[in-house]
Design a protein around this ligand. Structure first.
Ligand code: FMN
Length: 314
């Protein structure tokens, strides 16, 4: 067993559990119900150049496998983040390590946001949300699915910051080794997998969409095997720390991601059901007295170990 502390990206995380982008706002939103400093850290809501009001309601819909959302990257924009959100984080967050999630319509927007934030204190680095559509190109594929666009975003942002840069990839990437390799060559210091997977739910009474925006992104339990599989693919292909996210709600899920090779793990949707879900996960890890070096301890979590052993690969 090793202690929960993790030294990654040149900083010390008290434990490997972070809150995922878009599920904890800018920290303040959860701070009444959760002591943020018990966390390894958190990733902010994705920040865009201009404020975004988001998509029409309803924005989320549940189903037995998890949740479908189409929030539309609602956020106050980079200037409010710089003037209001980061100062709050600087004042209140002592131990948890903060990553700012960045999203843009174009590679230039990613660059501009980083340029405007980089002089500010209060956060460790950036997680690039590459799942948003690239409106600068006609195909409008998300950056994470478009090799040239991904390289351009990374290249531009790398020029503007020396902080850790983590590229967040999409679960429907047809070729994780290729996209992770390109991100690595273009200056990424780490890879986060995965973002939500595209999906559509109808209203119970008929064909109309359950969401105001039509389709959305699937998250929650259904995404866990997808995330663990993605971590395994990326770990096998690039020599970078990998952050695992998708369907984590229990300590054994963290162990499953770590056994797949993840260095850190994020909790997303579980926080909506229970704002203290990440705290429960961390306490569970504490109770087993630390983290296994690599393999999941069979005696502690037989179900997880059994799934690992089967080693089913897509
Ligand atoms: C309501 C909601 C909002 C999200 N907003 C963002 C976001 O702004 N940026 C981002 O990179 N990911 C966003 N995500 C994706 C999560 O960070 C995470 O990658 C995904 O939900 C999978 O983890 P989970 O199954 O634990 O929720 C959002 C997810 C949800 C459910």
């Amino acid at each position: 067993m090793t202690p929960l502390v993790r030294e990654i990206f040149g900083v010390s995380f008290a434990n490997p559990v972070l809150l995922a982008a878009g599920t904890c706002g800018f920290g303040r939103e959860l701070s009444e119900v959760l002591d943020l400093d018990v966390l390894g850290g958190f990733v902010t809501k994705s920040v865009t150049l201009e404020p975004r009001w988001g998509n029409p309601a309803p924005r989320v819909s549940e189903f037995p496998g998890g949740m479908l959302n189409s929030i539309g990257l609602a956020n106050p924009g980079v200037e409010v983040v710089r003037k209001e959100k980061l100062p709050w984080i600087r004042e209140r967050v002592r131990r948890a390590k903060v990553f700012v999630s960045v999203a843009g319509h174009s590679p230039e927007e990613f660059e501009e946001i980083v340029l405007r934030l980089d002089g500010e204190a209060g956060f460790v680095g950036y997680e690039l949300n590459l799942s948003c559509p690239n409106d600068a190109r006609r195909s409008s594929l998300p950056f994470a699915l478009d090799p040239e666009a991904l390289v351009e975003v990374l290249g531009r942002v790398r020029e503007r910051t020396d902080r850790p840069l983590v590229a967040k990839l999409a679960p429907n990437t047809p070729d994780f080794p290729r996209m992770a390799g390109l991100a690595h060559q273009s200056g990424a210091d780490g890879i986060t997998v995965v973002n939500t997977i595209p999906g559509y739910l109808s209203r119970p009474e008929g064909g109309a969409s359950a969401l105001g925006a039509g389709s959305g992104g699937v998250s929650g339990p259904l995404l866990r095997p997808v995330g663990v599989h993605a971590v395994r693919s990326v770990v096998a292909s690039v020599p970078l720390p990998v952050v695992g996210v998708g369907g984590v709600s229990r300590p054994e899920h963290v162990l499953e991601y770590l056994a797949a090779g993840a260095s850190l793990v994020q909790v997303g949707t579980a926080t909506f059901a229970d704002p203290r879900a990440a705290l429960r996960v961390i306490r569970g890890l504490d109770r087993i007295g630390g983290l296994p070096e690599r393999d999941v301890p069979t005696a502690v979590f037989p179900e997880v170990a059994m799934n690992q052993e089967k080693g089913v690969d897509g």
